[in-house]
Design a protein. Structure first.
Length: 278
């Protein structure tokens, strides 16, 4: 039986790849994007199995309206994919206020808007899946991505909490954590005027590696799209799914280092417990 998907940010990247694959195998897709003409070729090929709407996820009212319209038009939506994203590549002092706000509004608040809009419908169905596209940078960090990390670490904390709240309703939530992948996202990153003070810091080193072409993108975007679809087909709903050798290795290294640092402070942590409980 065909599955019905609601996907944000479908004009390019993983959103576009997922939409192509799902339609090709006979599924229905409610695809949202800022420029609906970007999917004209798929609409011509797949007809009414592709439903589209203009959506700026930073607009909470619009997010609720579009999600409501999609459920009304399609009847049932099995999987909601939060994929729309925006990134800023700049050191902490270089980014402009409007860039910082857009990253938070898109990646954090925008994803929250879509999840909140979908939950009443999914609860009424008594089932459903939410896939939150994050990144290895939702648990690991890299210089020049501080604001991107702020949004992704924020949405991962939100989703980890929500997953526990909605499990009793038969709704699963998985955070998807791809590694570096040639999807065009890197070329769309917003940048800012470079401050010379940061040239001899890790921020400068990472900037030179990227501009010099030394930053590798080891993952296959088509394989990542397939892995996401395969996850839904199996019915499994892990809290997180790392995709890519770099994603797995970087997140694992971050977790190991954080745990070691955490354990190093055990004695001082316990030292502040009240005498009655010590």
């Amino acid at each position: 039986m065909p599955t019905t998907w609601f996907i944000t940010g479908t004009s390019s990247g993983f959103g576009r790849l997922l939409t192509e694959r799902l339609l090709a195998r006979g599924d229905r897709v409610a695809a949202t994007l800022r420029r609906p003409e970007a999917l004209d070729d798929l609409r011509a090929e797949h007809g009414d199995r592709l439903w589209t709407a203009v959506l700026d996820v930073t607009d909470a009212a619009q997010a609720h309206r579009v999600v409501d319209d999609a459920f009304e038009a399609l009847g049932t939506i099995d999987v909601v994919v939060n994929n729309a994203g925006y990134g800023v590549f700049a050191s902490v002092e270089e980014a402009a206020d409007e860039q910082i706000r857009r990253v938070i509004d898109t990646n954090l608040l925008g994803s929250i808007h879509v999840i909140r809009a979908a939950l009443p419908h999914l609860r009424a169905q008594g089932r459903g899946r939410i896939l939150q596209v994050s990144t290895a940078g939702g648990q690991a960090t890299y210089p020049n991505f501080s604001y991107y990390h702020a949004s992704k670490w924020g949405i991962e904390g939100f989703c980890e909490t929500v997953a526990r709240e909605i499990a009793p309703f038969g709704i699963g939530l998985t955070i998807i954590e791809p590694g570096a992948t040639p999807t065009g996202f890197g070329s769309s990153l917003a940048t800012a005027p470079v401050m010379p003070e940061y040239e001899d810091t890790p921020a400068g080193e990472v900037r030179r590696a990227i501009t010099g072409g030394d930053f590798t993108l080891p993952n296959d975007p088509q394989k990542i799209a397939k892995a996401i679809i395969d996850l839904v087909d199996t019915g499994a709903a892990p809290l997180r799914l790392p995709l890519g050798s770099d994603a797995y290795d970087d997140v694992r290294a971050s977790l190991v280092a954080r745990l070691a640092e955490h354990e190093a402070h055990r004695d001082v942590a316990y030292s502040v417990v009240t005498d009655e409980l010590a």
